[in-house]
Design a protein around this ligand. Sequence first.
Ligand SMILES: *Cc1c(COP(=O)(O)O)cnc(C)c1O
Length: 438
Amino acid sequence: MTAGHHDVSRGWFDRACRVTPGGVNSPVRGFRAVGGTPRFFTSGRGAEVVDVDGNSYIDLVCSWGPMILGHGHPEVRAAVEAAVARGFSFGAPSITEVMLAEEICSRVEPVQQVRLVSSGTEATMSAIRLARGFTGRSVIVKFAGCYHGHSDALLAEAGSGVATFGLPGSAGVTVGAAADTLVLPYNDAAALRRAFAERGEEIAAVITEAAPANMGVVPPIDDFDRVVARTAHEFGALLISDEVMTGFRVSRSGWYGLAGPDGPDTADLFTYGKVIGGGLPVAAFGGRADVMALLAPDGPVYQAGTLSGNPVATACGLATLQNCTDEVYTQLNHVARAIAEMTSAALTAAGVGHRVQRAGNLFSVFFVDADVTDYEQARSQDTAAFARFFHAMLGQGVSLPPSAYEAWFVSAAHDDDALERIAAALPKAAAAAARQED
Ligand SMILES: *Cc1c(COP(=O)(O)O)cnc(C)c1O
């Protein structure tokens, strides 16, 4: 059954709104940018999710990335069930956290050590504290439109929900907390060099999404990644490559694997999340051993977590990564390309100006008439057209991220049947996007 009634979802949303602000536990889930009522999901299998009204959808959210193998992958499920049978949490070292750390380090050469945490927010926040501890400097450079979680220092001109709702930052962040954050336009090497020329001695680190995908997908152009690394290193600052979204999704070594080994232009610290938990809360930061050595209990930079390295969550993440074989990445690339191309073709046929932008198998659709290379351009997109497109897809049983500023996520379980269902929904959705409303 495809998407029809959603009275039961509406009922749960009403209940949710009474006990939770906006009815959701993460803002973008709330449909504010597209209108309407969020669906409450009860189950997922492979590429498909089912809501409380019994409607089924092809899932192009995939929990915002973690469900890279699709829902309910049998081997991941078996690993989680076995872990649950052994115990939920010990607050003491356990085996799967070591194995997950080994798996991450083995995939990314410059990651010599990692510390596991429970969210991407924690990973980037901790990496920044570590970079400040290592360099003895205060200033952090970030790029407009990049999202690095919701810690105070990183919300300035952030992507994801902050972009979706058009916010400059967040209330509740003190001037002091944001004073040491320098925000620069993405893909602008001259602005970066200027900032370093002026304040290079104060800059502890540059943090960047390895390939930005939280303002829609805006890949680095003209070697921008390398320019960032080289400039930071020239001034003794660290580079933090935020691979929370790209990590182990775009290749078996994340964006690092696609960009290739780049010697001294490699990041010093990397952050991970999403895929490495396989749907349970696991994230990590890691990198150079001499930097990581500053972390407590070895060094003076404090960082901790009651549930960090949780045995059930790490078993889920480990099984997910172990099943991310070369065939999985081949399938992800194939599916992403197919959906990107069929979407573009449908929009072209309907006369809708757009750009499909890609970074490996991450892609998003901008309703714009020119390539998007930074946040300012991303914000020029026609979000009303996206909202019409989104609802037409949802109504035909395809669940997209409810924001024009988010990447679309595929899984290895997206098969020909899933592609056919998406293809069947596109013409109507493209026509909806084309329809001018006044
Ligand atoms: C999702 C994301 C984060 C934040 O991770 P959470 O687990 O939601 O805290 C940080 N950085 C990037 C690049 C992300 O995509």
